[in-house]
Ligand binder design. Structure first.
Ligand code: B12
Length: 434
C-alpha cells in the first residue's frame, strides 16, 4: 500500500500539468483564492461589457488556477483572438511583452497561438508566434544598437519564456542576451534589482534549460545554469522576515521562480502573509490578483504548456456578497510635493480629502487648488491610471524618465489609483530615471 505522500509525489510526476504539492493554501482559507478569482472574472466581464480591450494577464491567471468559470474563460479567449487579429490588421501598437502574454494566455487555454482563425487576413489564419519572434528580434536589435530593449527586460524575458513554452528553438544569441543582461545588472530599475524582472528571467531560463537543442551545447547549458543560480541568489537576498520577496507585488513571481527550481524557502510563511494581505484588500486590483493567483494555486508559468483543459471543471463558486463599509465622512490632511531635480524645482501643498481617498484624489484636489504647479495627465492601463506628466513635464521611454511616487522617502508599491494615504502623510511625486 502506497503511503499518501508517496502517492501525491507520484501523481505530481505522472501529471506534469498539475501544481507542485509542497506549498498549499490551507483548506480553511481557500475562499480567499476564490475571492481573487472572482475579482478577475468580474474584471473580464466588465471589459467585455464596456467594449474595452481584453486583458491577457487576467486570462492567464484564470487558467493557472484550480477553480474555473469556463464560460467567462471561453469568451475571454474568443475576445483575445478577435482583438489580436484587429491589432495586427490595423497595425496598432503591440509591445513584445503583450504579444507574449497573448500567446501564453491562448496556450494556457489549449488554443494554438500559431493558428488563430482570421478570416480578414490572407490565408485566413494568424500566426502570433511568428509575430512574437519578429518582436524579439527587434528587441535584440535595439539592445545591440542602443544598449536597451525597445521595451524593458521584463518584456524580453516574457518573450523568451513564451517562445520557449511554444517549443521554439532559441538561437544561442537570444539566450545569451538574457545571460549578458543578468551579468551586467540590466534587470535593475531605478538603480535596484527588479525582483519581478529577475523572476520572469529565471522562469524563461529554466524553460530553456530543459530544451533538447540547448542541452546539445554543454557550455551554453552551464552558462544558463549559473545565470539561474546568480539570479536566484539575488531574489533570495530580497526575502523579508514576513515571507515577502521584494515587495508584496513581486512575491508571486519570485515564488514561482523559486518553486520552478526546487529552491527551499519558507513558502507557507509567504502564503500566510499574502493571504492576510488579500483579506486586507491589498490585491483588489485584478492585475495584482492575476500575478499572485498562480503561486497560490501551486502553479508556475512553466505549467502553461502542459495544462489539461479537457479535465477542467466549471467549479468556481459565485462570489459571496461582501460587506462594504459606508463611505467615511471624516477628513484627513496630507502634504503633497512635486519635485523635479532636473529643473531644481519643488512645490508643496497641504490637501484635505475624505479618509479612504486615493492618491489620485489628492492630486486632483491639489491641481484644483493650484493648477500651475500641480496639474497632471494620466493614461489608463491594465494596472489603473499611469501618471504621464506633471506641470507639463512628461516622462519618456527614450530618456528612461518617469514620475515616481513616494511616501516620505519610500517608493510606493501601488499606483496613484490604488494607494490610500493616511492622515499626516507626506506624498512626493519625484521626476526620476529608471
Ligand atoms: C517596467 C516597469 C515599470 C517601468 C515602466 C516603463 C517602461 N518603459 O518599462 C517604470 C520604471 C516607469 C515603472 C513605474 C512605476 N511602477 Co512599475 N513595473 C514595471 C514592471 C517591472 C514591468 C511592466 C511591464 O513591462 N509589463 C509587461 C507589459 C506587457 O504589460 P503592460 O501592461 O503593457 O506594461 C506597462 C504598464 O505596466 C506600465 N506600468 C509599469 N508600472 C506601472 C505601475 C502602475 C501603477 C501603472 C498604472 C502602470 C505601470 O508600464 C508598462 C510598460 O509600458 C512591473 C512588474 C510586474 N510584475 O508587472 C512593475 C509594476 C507594474 N510597477 C509597479 C509600480 C508600483 C510602479 C510605480 C507606481 C512605482 C512608483 N513608486 O512610482 C511607477 C508608476 C508611477 C506612475 N507614473 O504612475 C508595481 C505595481 C503594483 C500595484 N500594486 O499596482 C509593479 C507590479 C512592480 C512591483 N512589484 O511593485 N514601472
Amino acid at each position: 500500500m502506497l503511503s499518501s505522500s508517496v502517492f501525491i509525489l507520484l501523481l505530481f510526476f505522472l501529471c506534469p500539468g498539475q501544481p507542485a504539492p509542497q506549498c498549499a493554501v490551507p483548506e480553511s482559507q481557500k475562499d480567499l483564492v476564490t475571492y481573487l478569482l472572482n475579482l478577475m472574472v468580474q474584471a473580464e466581464t466588465d471589459n467585455a461589457q464596456n467594449s474595452l480591450n481584453p486583458n491577457p494577464s487576467l486570462l492567464l491567471g484564470l487558467r493557472l488556477a484550480q477553480q474555473h468559470n469556463l464560460s467567462v474563460e471561453q469568451s475571454a479567449l474568443t475576445k483575445l483572438q478577435q482583438d489580436v487579429v484587429s491589432k495586427i490588421q490595423g497595425g496598432l501598437p503591440f509591445s513584445s511583452g503583450n504579444v507574449a502574454l497573448y500567446c501564453m494566455a491562448m496556450q494556457a487555454s489549449c488554443h494554438d497561438p500559431s493558428d488563430i482563425p482570421a478570416s480578414v487576413l490572407p490565408g485566413g489564419k494568424l500566426n502570433l508566434v511568428n509575430v512574437l519572434e519578429e518582436k524579439l528580434v527587434e528587441e535584440i536589435f535595439n539592445i545591440e544598437k542602443a544598449g536597451t530593449p525597445v521595451t524593458n527586460y521584463y518584456q524580453v524575458s516574457l518573450d523568451v519564456l513564451a517562445l520557449c513554452l511554444m517549443g521554439k528553438p532559441m538561437t544561442a544569441l537570444t539566450t545569451q542576451v538574457l545571460i549578458d543582461a543578468a551579468k551586467t545588472n540590466k534587470f535593475n530599475l531605478s538603480g535596484t534589482f527588479s525582483v519581478d524582472t529577475g523572476s520572469v528571467a529565471v522562469l524563461a531560463l529554466t524553460c530553456l534549460k530543459q530544451f533538447k537543442t540547448i542541452q546539445a551545447f554543454p557550455t551554453l547549458q552551464s552558462r544558463i545554469e549559473s545565470t539561474i543560480r546568480k539570479l536566484i541568489t539575488k531574489i533570495e537576498q530580497q526575502k523579508q522576515e514576513s515571507g515577502i520577496i521584494g515587495n508584496l507585488y513581486s512575491t508571486g513571481l519570485a515564488a514561482q521562480a523559486l518553486v520552478a527550481n526546487q529552491v527551499n524557502f519558507n513558502c507557507n510563511k509567504t502564503i500566510k502573509t499574502i493571504l492576510a494581505q488579500v483579506s486586507a484588500g491589498a490585491f483588489n486590483n485584478p492585475m495584482t490578483a492575476s500575478q499572485i493567483v498562480p503561486f497560490l494555486g501551486g502553479y508556475t508559468y512553466l505549467n502553461v504548456s502542459s495544462l489539461k483543459c479537457s479535465a477542467d471543471q466549471n467549479n468556481l463558486p459565485l462570489p459571496t456578497p461582501t460587506h462594504t463599509s459606508p463611505p467615511s465622512s471624516s477628513n484627513i490632511s496630507v502634504q503633497f510635493t512635486v519635485a523635479n531635480p532636473f529643473l531644481n524645482s519643488s512645490n508643496s501643498i497641504d490637501v484635505s480629502v475624505l479618509n479612504g481617498s486615493t492618491l489620485l484624489t489628492v492630486m486632483e484636489k491639489a491641481a484644483q487648488l493650484d493648477p500651475q504647479h500641480f496639474s497632471f495627465t494620466i493614461q489608463p492601463s491594465a494596472y489603473g491610471p499611469y501618471v504621464t506628466s506633471i506641470q507639463g513635464v512628461a516622462g519618456n521611454s527614450t530618456d528612461h524618465t518617469y514620475w515616481q511616487f513616494l511616501s516620505g522617502t519610500t517608493s510606493l508599491s501601488q499606483g496613484v489609483g490604488d494607494y490610500k494615504p493616511k492622515n499626516g502623510e507626506h506624498l512626493v511625486a519625484l521626476f526620476s530615471t529608471y
